[in-house]
Design a binder for this molecule. Structure first.
Ligand code: PLP
Length: 404
């Protein structure tokens, strides 16, 4: 039976990670993987996470099943973190109502949230098409192909490929039809680091409402842009104006909980009844796919967000990660400019989050890997957090060399 199964090519990112591991060169540098790395090149367990784990270990616990939609308190805390005190005060109620109505279910990471949203767009909300930016996280295409939504792209980058062309983005959405899903990177666009400004988010909000599109806000990097509250602006601004949406959030990056698989799907609706109904559909989809979510990661987030001191420690730790990346960006620009004085690499300072769309071509990325042992994605995406004081000079010299 299995004889006819074709071999699927390795995942672009995980395939490179495997190649990197096998590379014997001592001075190799991994800028391909999408995880935060500190100055020592490791992906640390955040202090607030370690502290929460100690507390959890001391408490009498159980490994019994969680409800299908996860820890109730956790869901209320996520709603609050994303939507803010005004739109969603902390509550353990399954549906929270203020001027807007929302319901959240815990999911194993942001990926599962995006998939559940896709299933619902297709099965319940009647969407046939999903729009995503031309260049997006590679898994977006896989996830939405799997639910058999037709994928259309909206333009995103300018001609140079390092900044936003908002005019082009808006024009390419001209042909979007009512009910089409629109996938949006809320902050720290992956793979480019190129984000919309507030005025542009407002114009996009008007277009979405005018055209009756249905946005899915992918929120995988809250806190990596400006700060936790400001990064949520696109969502809060949209929902305040009566917009309905799915928000798929992840704690992989901002809590460093990659392996624990922790995130959530939040539906913002125009009535409490529809929030209740969509939550029941979310639970149906979850039950039929992974049944119910894992406990440990969500218990950590629940502990940290639910405790004033731990929460403020988390905010501080996250800020130091964000600041480190910003410093690396400016050091990167300084070094590359010193090697190629007539080049203009200032765009790296404007891009946000862990990733930079470096402008490297596929061939240049390949040369970086084979000649210098520096691993970037073929798309040209580099993970700025993979730089540190011992490798940044060598990386900048090599990038300048292949770009010449
Ligand atoms: C844009 C984007 N969305 C979603 C995710 C999914 O995150 P998770 O690891 O929590 O599934 C990622 C992870 O890299 C991402 O970059």
């Amino acid at each position: 039976m299995f004889e006819t199964t074709p071999l699927n090519p390795p995942d672009a990112i995980f395939g490179l990670i495997e190649e990197f591991k096998k590379d014997p060169r001592k001075d190799k540098v991994n800028l391909s993987v999408g995880v935060y790395q500190d100055e020592a090149g490791t992906t640390p367990i955040m202090k607030c996470v370690g502290n929460a784990e100690k507390v959890l270990l001391e408490q009498a616990g159980s490994k019994s099943y969680l409800p299908i939609d996860g820890i109730p308190g956790y869901n209320g805390l996520i709603g609050n973190l994303i939507l803010g005190d005004e739109l969603c005060p902390v509550s353990t109620q399954p549906v929270r109502s203020t001027s807007i109505h929302s319901a959240t279910a815990q999911t194993p990471g942001g990926t599962a949230a995006l998939r559940v949203a896709g299933d619902l767009m297709k099965q319940n909300l009647g969407s046939k098409t999903i729009w995503m930016s031309n260049l997006t996280w590679a898994n977006h295409t896989q996830i939405y192909s799997a639910v058999e939504l037709e994928i259309k792209n909206y333009d995103y980058l300018d001609d140079r490929g390092t900044g936003l062309d908002f005019g082009k983005m808006m024009s390419s959405l001209d042909s979007a039809q009512p009910g089409d899903a629109l996938l949006l990177h809320t902050v720290c666009h992956n793979p480019t680091g190129v984000d919309l400004g507030r005025e542009q988010w407002q114009q996009l909000t008007e277009l979405i409402l005018d055209k009756a599109l249905f946005p899915i806000f992918d929120f995988a990097y809250q806190g990596f842009g400006d700060d936790i509250e400001s990064d949520a602006f696109p969502i809060r601004n949209f929902c305040t104006q009566g917009g309905e949406a799915f928000i798929c959030n992840s704690f992989s990056k901002n809590f460093g909980l990659y392996a624990e698989r922790v995130g959530g799907i939040t539906a913002v609706t125009s009535s409490a009844d529809s929030a209740k109904a969509i939550l029941s559909q979310i639970k149906r989809v979850i039950r039929a796919s992974y049944s119910n979510p894992p406990l440990h990661g969500a218990a950590i987030v629940n502990k940290v967000l639910g405790d004033q001191t731990m929460r403020s420690d988390w905010v501080t730790e996250l800020a130091s990660m964000r600041d480190r990346i910003k410093q690396l960006r400016s050091e990167f620009v300084r070094l590359v400019n010193s090697i190629i004085p007539d080049g203009d690499y200032e765009y790296v300072n404007h891009q946000r989050g862990m990733f930079s769309y470096s402008g490297l071509s596929r061939d240049q990325a390949e040369r970086l890997k084979s000649e210098y042992g520096i691993y970037a994605l073929r798309s040209g995406r580099i993970n700025i957090a993979g730089l540190n004081s011992s490798n940044i000079k060598r990386v900048c010299t090599a990038i300048a060399e292949v770009m010449k």
